[in-house]
Design a protein around this ligand. Structure first.
Ligand SMILES: [Zn+2]
Length: 115
């Protein structure tokens, strides 16, 4: 009987994927970030994502980056891009590239050790 209870818990864990309105995870926030920025979400979802952003530093960086990117795109229409904004975005992009590189290097080392 105990084993059956465990199985039920596992099913519940995967079954709540669509129920992000109350507890969005990082993937939900990332997938909804444009709608959030555009104000296209319902108030409940917007609040839920805002709540997540208040407590999740990595998602805040993503949110700020996307927000800045939008400013950059809208600025380009006027041919006026502030140098500080360009530098900041370039810095974030190079930082992410380094992080990705480190991640892959680490993954490769681990797979070599396993093999
Ligand atoms: Zn997050």
């Amino acid at each position: 009987m105990d084993k059956q209870n465990n199985n039920t818990e596992n099913i519940n864990m995967t079954g709540v994927a669509g129920d992000y309105a109350e507890y969005p995870d990082c993937g939900d926030v990332a997938s909804k970030i444009y709608e959030f920025l555009d104000g296209e979400l319902t108030e409940d979802k917007r609040k839920a994502i805002q709540f997540h952003l208040d407590h999740c530093a990595p998602c805040v960086s993503v949110f700020e980056f996307e927000s800045d990117l939008r400013k950059l795109v809208s600025c380009r229409c006027q041919e006026k891009v502030p140098d500080t904004l360009k530098q900041r975005i370039a810095a974030v992009i190079s930082m992410e590239e380094q992080t990705t590189k480190l991640f892959y290097e680490r993954t490769n080392v681990e797979s070599e050790e396993n093999g």
